[in-house]
Design a protein around this ligand. Structure first.
Ligand code: NAP
Length: 248
């Protein structure tokens, strides 16, 4: 059985991805900083008769915690050959007001986190001669987004990481792709709406989206599941937009 790790699997997009990969027959480790959320999602999955394990209280921006988490997965669920780097935080600030700490924190979670996870997991993928890495970036890194310079820079970095690593790992049978979601209805998006940070409501944005709705976590999960499948073996280094036509 394929062992998969989904970071940030306790909420929103990560939760949907964890459900979907488990439905596709993988043993999914739901890794999240929020231990309660990781347990909750794991219980949802196992109640449906699929396989999952919770790994809560892990901060992806902490190298030592990440290494310990990946060792734990190797020992309990088997070496992971599917990794979805989804955990992330957002931030809204005028450029001149972004502090060093805010800049460092967003880069640490959104970019260094995937770096640590991928470095920890790739040796197992190389040993298996097969692997799938999917990085959840952001459509804002394709378009740019005012008042989110730190966030967008972190996600643009993730796209660059994806493209470069795909070239390096292709010969080992490992694909590396990124999905930059656009406007997906999750707790993160609703939190931004509540704080008046979206420049309108979710519904108003949905009306301006070509497919006339907000994205659903399942939309991202479906694309992610395909990229993690055997069938997607000739797709690597790609930026697969799932955004209702907001960025073309
Ligand atoms: P979400 O609902 O806030 O879920 C993110 C999950 O990641 C939460 O469970 C959160 O835990 C966890 N997390 C945060 N920091 C972490 C850390 N340091 N280590 C481990 N886990 C951590 O967000 P979402 O909307 O599903 O977003 C998922 C990903 O998609 C993010 O990378 C985001 O940037 C990206 N994205 C989302 C959208 C969108 O429209 N929603 C658009 C573009 C990109 P806590 O609850 O403890 O914070």
């Amino acid at each position: 059985m394929t062992s998969a790790i989904v970071t940030g699997g306790g909420s929103g997009i990560g939760r949907a991805i964890a459900h979907r990969l488990a439905e596709d027959g993988m043993l999914v480790t739901v890794l999240d900083l929020n231990a309660e959320a990781a347990e909750r999602v794991t219980a949802e999955i196992t109640e449906k008769g699929h396989r999952a394990a919770a790994l809560g209280g892990v901060d992806v921006s902490d190298r030592a915690q990440v290494n310990a988490a990946v060792r734990h997965v190797r020992d309990t669920a088997g070496p992971a050959t599917v990794l979805v780097n989804n955990a992330g935080i957002t931030g809204f600030k005028r450029f001149l007001n972004i502090s060093d700490d805010e800049w460092d924190r967003i880069l640490a979670i959104n970019l260094s986190g995937p770096f640590y996870l991928t470095q920890a997991v790739v040796p197992d993928m190389v040993a298996a001669g097969w692997g799938r890495v999917v990085n959840i970036s952001s459509s804002s890194a394709q378009s740019g987004q005012q008042f989110m310079t730190h966030y967008v820079a972190s996600k643009a970095g993730l796209i660059g990481l994806t493209k470069s690593l795909a070239l390096e790992l292709g010969p080992a049978g490992i694909t590396v792709n990124t999905i930059p979601p656009g406007f997906v209805d999750t707790p993160m998006l609703r939190d931004s709406e509540e704080h008046g940070l979206l420049g309108g409501t979710v519904d108003q944005h949905a009306d301006r989206t070509p497919v006339r709705r907000a994205g659903r976590p399942d939309d991202i999960a479906a694309a992610c599941a395909f990229l993690c499948s055997e069938e997607a073996g000739y797709i690597t280094g790609q930026v697969i937009g799932v955004n209702g036509g907001r960025n073309t």
